[in-house]
Design a protein around this ligand. Sequence first.
Ligand code: SAM
Length: 250
Amino acid sequence: MTRRRWIAEHWDEATATLVGAQAEHMTRVLRAQPGMEADVVAGGHVFHAQVAAVAAGEVRFNLIAELDADPALPVTLVMAVYKFDHMEWAIEKATELGVAAIAPVIARRTEKHLAAAAGKRAERWRRIVHEAAQQARRSDVPIIFDPAPLAVRVRAASEATRADSGTTCIVLAEQERTTTLRYALEEAVTAAGTETPRLEIAIGPEGGWAPSEEALFDANGWSAASLGPRILRAETAAIAALAVVASYLE
Ligand code: SAM
């Protein structure tokens, strides 16, 4: 029988602890007792673990043995903020598909009220990825960066690319007609040599990228790539892009 998997909030080299809702669920619903076994994710590693102690609002495990972990896809999704319900659906699906990190950005065509509210929404997005990672039995939880202006992310990622040829920056553009995402991945693998490439993939808002943003990507060495001739919703583009990367790299 597959052991339940929990993602610990606190850990050290020998123990890991659940608190809050997870601990409540274990104690009230699963009636956790010392000796109960589970898989516990702590610090990006997965362990076969055993309940050591159950207290009010806290379950502590002894970590018995490290298990093989499935690495995340080496992708940071740079997602222009758009309608929160659609975006949160994409964040959950991207987590299931293995995304390593999500960097929400404020683009020119991000609706003003969404841009203003995004900063307060980041904690909710972090809860979504935690739950989705647990459900997907991931051995890590994707990072959700604090929302930032697009230009800040574009420039920072480009600096990382200059410092490290293993990182490739790709902007998904529906008007791109020559380079497919698949081809851009082939280029990224070649540039990374013996390493697995690390990818920053940017997806625009519902209104698409503004011409000044296309120029910003271009000036900072980002490669434009297409997901095909059809116009996809931003959330569909996120899922499609991760599926293409997974089919190519895994
Ligand atoms: N400009 C689009 C339109 O005419 O409806 C709206 C942008 S689309 C809803 C949101 C984002 O998804 C785009 O900015 C792009 O990043 C990505 N996207 C959608 N379809 C794509 C495609 N076929 N190829 C590459 N990216 C695509």
